[in-house]
Each structure stands twice: as structure tokens, then as C-alpha cells.
Design a protein. Structure first.
Length: 416
């Protein structure tokens, strides 16, 4: 319990991962979470009795290995399921599909069913992307260049420059193709366009034809957890990641509080003094780190487009015309483990979904990324049942035909 007025803290109101590092460094830290559960986007909730859903973040990959090691997340209960297969793309109204995984020879065989030419160059493409990834990935662990410090002659500004120089040297002759990847639309620069384009648009308000979407593709090829290079599922859902981080923070002395919404950041003479909670509690702190959006932080506490994530509880396995289930066999197939891409048979289909949203309406055939972590993790649903997330694009913040009411939402859910 927080007293009505607390002693001064070093830091307050920040996510558990920052709290863990600061507490580990000897700072007195408190986390104040508005909701009943810690984790923000990485939470697991039992929306339907017996079915546990990852509410927003649905797979693990871009968690930096250094963070996992520094905070000893395995020790604190983090367990993952690696997938042998990464993507499954059924062709609408057809018995054909494309499945890709960790076995590159098998990938080439599957690709050859559609295009022998693409199969021949696929391995070259993978090697090219791997070279790019190895060169650029170390920058994810480096601080951005501070231009103010750089121009003022501060030696501390040189450290990020060293990392950037190493990346440029590592790229070498690949530098022109890297710049093309970052600046050109993804649809013009790689094979297997409609399947691979998924990683160029996921979570972005852009089309595969949008300038810069190629870097989004590259970004999604980086990362990997516990030695794996494919996205993996977390036992117990993505909330288990947050819980492991929270345990690490508590081990080092951080105080974690849920259902403590902040009403105001207290500032006096342009110096922060702490926060005022909605229940009237004043929490004094020398530093306040806000994990809210800039709008909430600066407009609400200090003085346009969306993605829909739809959770679905299933009594059995989904059955695809392109890859039918074996009658009488309740076991998930390889394609059920994948990220399943629907309405992504062609670049034009995805681009048209984007254009619909630009006109102020939800996509008539939305891009759908289907994820079924219970295909590997039995803790998420009753035996023989499954949880399914549909990550969908594109939806406008405010539809041209009126606000998001129940009619609009139901109409959107019936699409696909």
C-alpha cells in the first residue's frame, strides 16, 4: 500500500523493464500502473473463462538478448516455444498454399511449386538479408547520436558514432542495396512478394508500395530470442514476459503497484516533484518517467489510424481448404504453428486494403495476420480447444461515414 504522501523516490511511473535496470543500479523506484495488470501491450488476460489471450503483443522476437541476460528472465520463469514453421499463406478459394520455415531446402521446394526461378534465387535473398541484419542489428543496442553533444564537442557523443561506423564498414559493398532497401517500396525489391510483404507492413499504416516499407521488413528479420531467428510463442502468453521482468525488478527492490492511475505530474518552477494519483495520494520523486503517449503525458498529465486485434476462442482446429485437417486427428498441423497470412495473395490485394483506409473506410478485404499460440502452448486453452488472434489492417481512426459504433464494428468483423 502507498501512504497518502510517500518519501521521495529517485524514479516513478515507468515500465517494469526500466524499473528493473534502475533498481539494479541502486535507485529507489516505483512503478504505478493504471490497469489491474502490469505489462502494457505485453499482457495475458482470460477474456473468456478457460481461454488466455495475449491482448496486443502476440509473439516474442525483438526482445534484445542483452536484456534477457541482464535481468535473468529464464531464472524468473520465462519459457518459450520455438516454431519450426514461420508463415502459412493459403490462396483464397484454392487448394494451394505456401508454407515457409527454418528448413531452407524445404522452403525452396515449396517455392518451386509456384516459381522455379524464385526458388533458385531464394537462398541468395536470404543470405543477402542475413548480411544486412548482422550489420545493422548491433545499432539496436546503441544510443542514438546526440547532435547537440556532437556539435558542442562532447566526447560522449563519439560512442554512437563508433557503432555507426562499424555498421557501415560491415555493410561494405552491400551499402547501396541497403539504402535501396530502406528507401524503396518493399514491393519492388524482393521475391515472394505477397508473403514476405507481411513483415513490411505489420503494425504500420503503410502499403508494400510505400517508400520505406523495405526497412520495416529488415527490422522484422532482426532479433530472435534464445538463439532462435524466428518469432516464438511464450508459455502462458506474452504477459509471462512482463511478469518475468517484474520479478527481476522486485528482486532488486523496485515497488510495483497496479490500479494506481496518475492524475497529474507535479511540477513546480519547471522542476518535477512527483505525481498525484487519482485517489489523492502524492508520490514524491526526483524524476518521473512516463510510459504514456506524448499526448497523454504533455496535454493530460502536465497541465490517425488504428489496427484491430480480435481475440477468438475455438472449440477445435481451424480448417483451411488449402491445407485440410486430417479427419479424426485433433493435433495441430505445421501450418497452425505459423503466422497465417490471409488476404495477402498479392501485393495489389494488400495495397487496395491500404487505399480503402486512406479514403476513410475500413478495408473491404482487410489484411489479416492469424496467430494461434495454443498450437504449441497447452496452457492457454482447455484440452482440444484453442485461442486465436486476428491482427487486422487497415482501419481509420474515425470512419468517414461516422464514429466507431457497434454497427461499424460488427460490419468490420464480418469482413475477410
Amino acid at each position: 500500500m502507498l501512504p497518502h504522501t510517500t518519501p521521495a523516490l529517485n524514479k516513478v511511473r515507468l515500465p517494469p523493464i526500466q524499473a528493473a535496470y534502475l533498481a539494479k543500479a541502486g535507485k529507489r523506484v516505483a512503478v504505478l500502473e493504471r490497469r489491474h495488470v502490469l505489462g502494457g501491450a505485453a499482457v495475458t488476460e482470460e477474456i473468456i473463462p478457460g481461454y488466455k489471450f495475449s491482448r496486443a503483443s502476440y509473439a516474442l522476437s525483438l526482445l534484445r538478448p542483452q536484456i534477457a541476460n541482464d535481468l535473468e528472465l529464464k531464472k524468473h520463469g520465462l519459457k518459450v516455444y520455438h516454431r519450426d514453421y514461420s508463415s502459412f499463406t493459403p490462396i483464397r478459394g484454392s487448394q494451394r498454399s505456401l508454407i515457409l520455415g527454418t528448413d531452407e531446402i524445404q522452403n525452396c521446394k515449396h517455392i518451386a511449386q509456384f516459381s522455379p526461378k524464385d526458388a533458385q534465387v531464394y537462398l541468395q535473398y536470404k543470405e543477402w538479408m542475413e548480411r544486412m541484419s548482422k550489420s545493422i542489428e548491433p545499432l539496436l543496442d546503441s544510443a542514438p547520436i546526440n547532435l547537440h553533444k556532437l556539435t558542442s564537442g562532447s566526447l560522449s557523443a563519439l560512442k554512437p558514432l563508433v557503432s555507426l561506423t562499424k555498421a557501415g564498414t560491415s555493410l561494405g559493398k552491400d551499402t547501396p542495396s541497403f539504402l535501396e532497401l530502406c528507401l524503396a517500396p518493399a514491393a519492388k525489391i524482393y521475391i515472394l512478394k505477397s508473403t514476405l510483404a507481411a513483415d513490411a507492413i505489420t503494425g504500420q499504416m503503410c502499403s508494400p508500395k510505400t517508400q520505406g516499407s523495405g526497412y520495416v521488413l529488415l527490422h522484422h528479420t532482426m532479433g530472435g530470442y534464445d538463439g532462435g531467428k524466428t518469432w516464438c510463442y511464450v508459455e502462458g502468453g506474452m504477459g509471462s514476459v512482463s511478469m518475468a521482468i517484474a520479478k527481476a525488478a522486485q528482486l532488486h527492490g523496485a515497488e510495483l503497484h497496479t490500479e494506481k492511475p496518475v492524475q497529474q505530474i507535479i511540477v513546480k518552477n519547471n522542476v518535477v516533484e512527483g505525481v498525484l494519483l487519482q485517489d489523492g495520494t502524492v508520490v514524491r520523486a526526483k524524476t518521473v518517467l512516463s510510459n504514456a503517449t506524448p499526448k497523454v503525458t504533455f496535454f493530460d498529465l502536465l497541465s490517425d489510424k488504428l489496427c484491430f486485434d480480435i481475440p477468438v476462442a475455438l472449440r477445435g482446429l481451424p480448417n483451411f481448404i488449402a491445407s485440410p485437417n486430417t479427419p479424426g486427428d485433433p493435433r495441430p498441423g505445421p501450418h497452425h504453428q505459423c503466422l497465417i497470412f490471409l488476404n495477402s495473395e498479392s501485393i495489389e490485394t494488400i495495397h487496395q486494403a491500404y487505399l480503402d483506409c486512406q479514403q476513410g473506410e475500413a478495408s473491404s478485404r482487410p489484411y489479416i495476420e492469424m496467430c494461434m499460440p495454443s498450437s504449441l502452448d497447452p496452457t492457454l486453452a482447455p484440452e482440444g480447444c484453442h485461442v486465436l488472434s486476428l491482427f487486422t489492417q487497415y482501419t481509420p481512426y474515425q470512419p468517414a461515414s461516422g464514429p466507431w459504433n457497434d454497427e461499424h464494428k460488427e460490419k468490420y468483423c464480418q469482413k475477410g
